[in-house]
Design a binder for this molecule. Structure first.
Ligand code: KIV
Ligand code: NA
Length: 267
């Protein structure tokens, strides 16, 4: 199938269609999601939590994400591959944003990048877009600013919706091809979507956005276990954690009992 391009996502909004996006951090998930027709694969900085074992997305680095991005880009033949700019890799200046974006396209083989932040980052987005780097702007709850925002909280409630709309418009004017909203009330997300021409993507942002995104380990039920909190906005489509746990236990039992390997597994 032909590669998904940014104009296809714009066309989806024009036709009132929806597109699906998932995170991916490695070869097999990228292959499987690509085959399933997931239109956009995000190599999220959520790799910090979901691959590297950190508690937040803050510690992950560009050097850590680039090899994951390259693995996803090599393995997906149809999906648009988007790389997340990690905390600290674009905030200092438009030049830093361009430099990091270039690295993700050049070394990570991504087709676009995503970055967190509102209107303040319009100049950075403009510089990146002029350098040939397509940008998705991530607003609403932005996990890299967790400490500034005071924890995981819904954004854009009440009067804050006006700021959300202002941010989205400024980022669109700067050339962002998509606006992603995380954890905002459905009505606020609908207002933002109506205020911009570019397609929007939501996670915990209701059903009015053109695209939806989820972290794949949440969607497939891999994340879990003792003390895990699964967000209200997640829908679990599988119980991979349960299946893997069961497979690993049966393998352990077979090895201990001598049932594995059998003659058919031996030379
Ligand atoms: O890093 C990530 O996984 C994300 C999505 C949840 C939007 O930014
Ligand atoms: Na992210």
């Amino acid at each position: 199938a032909a590669r998904v391009r940014i104009h296809h996502l714009a066309a989806a909004k024009d036709r009132s269609e929806h597109f699906a996006m998932l995170t991916a951090y490695d070869q097999y998930t990228a292959q499987i999601f690509d085959e399933a027709g997931i239109d956009v694969l995000l190599v999220g900085d959520s790799a910090a939590n979901n691959v590297f074992g950190h508690e937040t997305s803050i510690p992950v680095t560009v050097d850590e994400l680039i090899p994951l991005c390259r693995a996803v880009a090599r393995s997906a033949h149809r999906a648009l591959v988007v790389a997340d700019l990690p905390f600290g890799s674009y905030e200092a200046s438009p030049a830093q944003g361009v430099e990091t974006g270039v690295r993700f396209l050049k070394e990570g083989l991504a087709h676009a990048v995503k970055m967190e932040g509102g209107a303040y980052y319009a100049e950075t987005v403009r510089a990146m877009v002029q350098a040939g780097i397509p940008v998705i702007a991530h607003i609403g709850f932005t996990p890299q600013s967790e400490h500034a925002l005071g924890g995981y909280r819904v954004q854009g409630r009440g009067d804050d919706v006006a700021r959300l709309i202002e941010d989205a418009k400024a980022l669109e004017a700067a050339g962002a091809f998509c606006v992603l909203m995380e954890m905002v009330p459905a009505a606020a997300a609908a207002s933002v979507d109506a205020a911009v021409r570019v397609p929007t993507i939501g996670i915990g942002a209701g059903s009015s956005t053109t695209g939806q995104v989820l972290v794949w380990q949440d969607m497939a039920g891999l994340r879990g276990g003792e003390g895990t909190r699964i967000s209200k906005f997640v829908k679990q489509y599988a119980d991979l954690r349960g299946q893997l746990l069961d497979a690993a236990r049966r393998y352990r039992d077979d090895v201990r009992s001598g049932a594995f390997p059998g003659r058919e597994h031996s030379f």
